[in-house]
Design a protein around this ligand. Structure first.
Ligand code: PEP
Ligand code: MG
Length: 544
């Protein structure tokens, strides 16, 4: 790097928080796809089929080694990603499809793999659910492995060339790339694309590597070997920083280290306000890894388990046995703590994959959450029956999403009683309404009659209070979750249901500056993303 190099700043979104600095390492994936179909002679078919089988065996061997390495060096659970890849690559149907293509169309194995796997990748990318798009990444990764194995290319470029302590700049991170990051102390990762829920993001967070995504064109603008300061808390990367930027970064880094060690040491202790009130700090989770992180960070409970992950991206709704198994496994580590599991919250931005699409003029104001479940009681009853069984193991609380009328809660309570009498089981889980609409907040005194607790879902409460779609950036300015109107609704609901335990699980719960107001509405449990638990506990301790 020389001083004449231009100073550049880029903005992206946080995938894994933290600060990191070092020299950039630009990783451009080698083109490996078969853009042209390569024909073969009939006499070559046998050899080509054999080559394909050998490539599959080689990839399986590699994946097995990686899974073992990940289990040993990073995390046992994360190694499941590579075990899933093994299952995919040895899938009989897929393999037969590839062989059929080689045989019938007389094309080389690489072309056949590209076509067959590529089609599956496209199908998954076209699906709306993020979880399906992650699957597309997995298939992309596997296709690359197979094609490279067929071409006889063994080593991964990152394995060969990635310098210690570098800031990795690339287009996207595949699970196969992440394995080379752990041992080499990568300081940070900067990506053109990548979702918070991607496997790569899981790895980055698990390994504590700061990571930013969503910087379009960064691979074309940042060469290798430049000094880079990555602030993944803010989502910024500065290339070739000036003296001021360097010293600000150093100061921030030193401050963070100090605060982190203090906060970490206290995160397993209860959060008590200055006036002596104990506030429970719970975690919002969607999968097992979140639960693990929550416990590691000192969560007092699980305040929102979103069931949607279990439903989206599969052929049909899970049956009783599968649903029970998945929830039990996901929450197993939290079995000593109170857990709040939400009934399936489908509709609006999370379209239901199994039922025929029934177009609605405005899905956000249509059949979503509990409205949808009351229309399909068989879905509701399966969940309630599972929850009844789970209540034997867990201190279980059931959250009802998108309640508007007291009768919504009355119906769920009736169904729960019916499910309990069929199952002849005790104890009953506690039942709580999510207050996500102004009507529900203003009817808290009646909803009270059918609830054991209330939980404010402020993401939706704000959307419906300000008539501003939470997914629509154009009306972002109206989506103000710290507006006085929101606190008034919280306060009214608290006043109308004076004996009710009140919790909050929307994003507002994670805003330190809003905590004093939140607590003054009588809320005693705040539920936030696992990474925020130590910070929010500390903020509670500063409240009067
Ligand atoms: C909310 O609406 O605040 C909430 C927690 O639920 P979700 O974000 O899943 O809709
Ligand atoms: Mg909601």
């Amino acid at each position: 790097m020389c001083d004449k190099d231009p100073n550049k700043k880029f903005f992206g979104k946080t995938i894994s928080p933290g600060l990191g600095h070092g020299k950039t390492f630009l990783y451009r994936r080698k083109p490996w796809r078969f853009n042209e179909i390569q024909d073969i002679e009939v006499s070559e078919i046998e050899a080509e089929l054999r080559r394909f089988e050998l490539a599959v065996a080689e990839v399986l061997r590699d994946l097995k080694n990686i899974a073992e390495q990940v289990a040993e060096e990073i995390d046992e659970d994360l190694s499941a990603i590579f075990q899933a890849h093994m299952a995919m690559v040895s899938d009989k149907g897929l393999n037969e499809e590839v062989k059929k293509k080689i045989n019938e169309e007389q094309i080389c194995a690489g072309s056949a793999v590209s076509i067959v796997f590529g089609r599956w990748e496209q199908r998954f990318s076209a699906m709306e659910a993020e979880i399906a798009r992650e699957k597309a990444d997995d298939i992309h990764d596997l296709t690359q492995r197979l094609v490279l194995a067929l071409a006889g290319v063994g080593a991964h470029e990152l394995k060969e060339n990635l310098p210690r302590g570098a800031v990795l700049v690339t287009d996207r991170l595949m699970p196969s790339d992440t394995i080379f990051l752990s041992g080499r102390n990568v300081s940070a990762v900067v990506l053109e694309t990548g979702g918070k829920a991607s496997h790569a993001a899981l790895f980055a967070r698990e390994m504590g590597i700061p990571c930013i995504a969503g910087i379009k064109g960064v691979v074309d603008e940042v060469p290798s070997g430049m000094l880079a300061l990555v602030d993944a808390d803010e989502g910024t990367i500065i290339i070739n920083p000036d003296q001021d930027e360097k010293s600000n970064f150093q100061k921030k880094s030193a401050r963070k280290n100090q605060v982190r060690s203090k906060v970490r040491a206290r995160s397993h202790k209860p959060a008590i306000t200055k006036s002596g009130k104990v506030i429970s700090v719970f975690a919002n989770v969607g999968q097992k890894e979140d639960v693990r992180e929550a416990i590691k960070n000192g969560a007092d409970g699980i305040g929102l388990f979103r069931l949607e992950n279990i439903y989206l991206g599969r052929q049909g709704p899970p049956d009783h046995h599968r649903l029970l198994k998945e929830i039990r496994e996901t929450l197993f580590d939290a079995r000593q703590l109170p857990v709040f599991v939400r009934l399936l919250d489908i509709g609006a931005d999370k379209p239901f994959p199994f039922k025929k699409k029934q177009r609605e003029p405005n899905p956000s104001l249509g059949r979503r959450g509990i409205r949808f479940l009351l229309e399909y009681p068989e879905l509701l009853m399966t969940q309630l029956a599972v929850f009844l069984q789970l209540a034997r193991i867990f201190d279980l609380h059931v959250l009802v999403p998108m309640v508007t009328l007291p009768s919504d809660m009355q119906s769920v309570k009736d169904y729960l009683k019916q499910a309990a009498s069929q199952a002849k089981t005790a104890p009953m889980p506690k039942l709580g309404a999510m207050i996500e609409t102004p009507a529900a907040a203003l009817s808290a005194s009646e909803i009270n009659n059918y609830s054991d607790f209330l939980s404010f879902g402020t993401n939706d409460l704000v959307q419906y209070t300000f008539a501003a779609d939470r997914e629509n950036g154009a009306v972002e300015a109206y989506f103000d979750d710290t507006h006085e109107a929101v606190f008034r609704l919280l306060e009214i609901a608290g006043r109308e249901a004076p004996q009710m335990p009140l919790s909050i699980c929307g994003e507002l719960a994670g805003r330190e500056e809003a905590l004093p107001k939140i607590l003054s509405c009588g809320i005693t449990t705040v539920s936030v993303v696992p990474a925020s638990i130590p910070r929010i506990k500390e903020a509670v301790r500063q409240c009067d």
